[in-house]
Design a protein around this ligand. Structure first.
Ligand code: FMN
Length: 509
């Protein structure tokens, strides 16, 4: 039996399909008899009749269009603007993903340097029993706080040991994923605020270098910028990049949270001649990096590769990964001990991390979330006696101070954010990073879209965001009764899911 809705739709579409033919004829006659101007409508309806005939009889890919004609187009139209409608009109302040309006607004306010005070009470739902920070009965006075200073490379007594002075760093985002103006605004903002920025896996860091900030050069699995013909590591190219004054550390990317077990991906829509040249790739196909470094096929070879990059670069060198199997990590750590090659830092990227482009199944279903992975990495290193010999970085939706302090309590020494900084640049979460159509000019190479991203104005916002986060860290640290984030532990975090009073197995330094 047909439902009433189907009968109505059929009747409506039949009426509409005949109606546009009749209107076309009527306007034609009116144009002939009454006024020539009616022919504008005659032409419009004539084109609609031609299109409608094609949709109903000339195409086979859309069943709805073939069955109902132009009325079905209205459904496609409403569907296509649905996300915008929901975002602007219907979604509540705490509803959207990946970042809800409250979270985004906090970053916007910090970036604009606007007062962060709020009234009446938290808008969060406390019944959800989220992770909270534990304050102390005995807050520390601000003048007792140690300045933030994380030394990377110190345990190897490197002359190139780098001191991180800001708890938050700009996470890996390549020129390619981001447009030129976005990279320059981030780099300038990092310099203004004394923060360090990761280049991402996009090869020779041309625009990252332009603004004078300190950089972490990332070696992705495709080794853009430091690749030999056969996909191996070109030691001369690496030594040349590592020799640049601004390049302070090297990060070997093993995997990232949004697509662990899969290499980087740059859609062909975003490949300009300049990017093709910087990466040494063709322009007409998507660039898909290998799932792993050709040198890294097991724990032994991976540790040897870390040692090789440390030796060639002469810089503090670390690895980045999203945790999958804790037993594999444990084996990797044992191998580090056996070869006595310890990375100078480890970046733990949560499965909730962002990306310029990734398959949905990887974003949704692969990898361990940060707040589960971080304690495992921290405790595994502690048990192996290696925790004090390296520094832990963490990333994964750490855009506000509360989440950042949680990560510092669960074992991180310093933090990365990628999308927090995109929001500071003015990202409106249009979710088009892979299409080269970013409406605010961040993840696009189209000049007319980048025009709206003023490098100087946005660099100031990036710097404001870093300053405001630092300010909030200080406030939260004092409330938590710790004179340094080094002294934080799981004891400082309240989580109904986790054992909340675990002591740290080993001091960090
Ligand atoms: C536009 C964009 C580009 C990215 N490019 C890289 C990259 O080149 N290499 C990498 O290791 N991670 C890349 N990432 C992942 C981030 O560095 C980071 O690990 C992840 O987004 C988690 O941080 P977030 O939640 O603060 O965004 C990218 C993320 C975004 C949003």
């Amino acid at each position: 039996m047909k439902s009433a809705f189907i009968v109505d739709l059929e009747r409506a579409s039949r009426t509409a399909n005949i109606g546009i033919v009749l209107l076309c004829l009527a306007f034609g006659i009116a144009g002939h008899l009454i006024s020539f101007y009616f022919h504008f409508l005659t032409v419009t309806f004539f084109l609609l009749v031609v299109l409608n005939t094609y949709w109903r009889h000339g195409q086979t890919s859309h069943a709805l269009l073939a069955n109902f004609g132009f009325l079905a187009q209205i459904r496609y139209l409403v569907e296509s603007i649905g996300p915008e409608f929901r975002q602007y009109l219907f979604a509540s302040d705490t509803e959207e993903r990946p970042f809800n309006r409250l979270e985004r607004a906090e970053v916007y306010r910090k970036a604009k340097g606007v007062d962060a005070l709020e009234a009446f009470g938290s808008l969060l739902n406390f019944e959800r029993r989220e992770i909270k920070l534990r304050h102390s009965f005995y807050p520390v006075d601000k003048d007792q706080l140690e300045p933030f200073d994380v030394a990377v490379g110190a345990s190897r007594s490197l002359a190139t040991t780098y001191h991180i002075k800001r708890p938050i760093m700009i996470s890996a985002m390549s020129y390619g994923a981001l447009g030129e103006n976005a990279v320059r605004a981030l780099a300038r903002g990092a310099r203004l605020a004394g923060a360090v920025m990761n280049t991402g896996e996009g090869g020779t860091p041309k625009y990252h270098l332009m603004e004078g900030c300190d950089l972490i050069f990332q070696i992705g699995t495709a080794k853009f910028g430091v690749r030999t013909q056969d996909g191996g590591l070109d030691e001369d190219k690496l030594a040349a990049i590592a020799g640049k004054d601004q390049v302070k550390m090297i990060e070997i990317k093993l995997s990232q949270g949004a697509k662990p077990g899969k290499g980087g991906l740059l859609p062909k829509e975003k490949i300009t001649p300049e990017i093709a040249e910087l990466r040494g790739v063709p322009m007409d196909v998507d660039v898909i990096s290998p799932a792993h470094h050709s040198e890294c096929i097991d724990a032994e070879s991976t540790v040897a590769f870390i040692g090789r990059v440390q030796r060639v670069s002469g810089l503090p060198t670390g690895i980045k990964f999203c945790l999958g199997r804790p037993d594999e990590f444990r084996a990797l750590v044992q191998e580090m001990k056996r070869q006595d090659i310890i990375p100078d830092f480890i970046t733990v990227d949560g499965a909730e991390g962002g990306t310029g482009a990734a398959p949905k199944s990887f974003m949704d279903d692969v990898g361990m979330p940060l707040f589960d992975a971080l304690p495992i990495v921290h405790e595994t290193l502690s048990e192996a006696g290696l925790r004090a010999r390296l520094v832990l970085f963490a990333s994964g939706k750490l855009i506000n101070p509360g989440k950042q302090m949680t990560a510092l309590s669960l074992g991180a020494d310093a933090l990365y954010s990628a999308r927090g900084f995109l929001l500071a640049l003015g990202c409106i979460q249009a979710l088009q990073c892979n299409r080269n159509t970013c409406p605010v000019g961040i993840t696009t190479h189209q000049k007319h879209l980048q025009k709206g991203l003023d490098i100087e104005a946005k660099a100031r916002r990036v710097a404001n965001y870093i300053e405001a986060l630092h300010h909030d860290h200080v406030e939260l640290l004092t409330a938590m009764g710790a004179s340094s984030s080094r002294l934080l532990s799981e004891k400082n975090v309240y989580s109904p899911k986790r054992a909340s009073t675990l002591p740290l197995a080993e001091e960090r330094s």
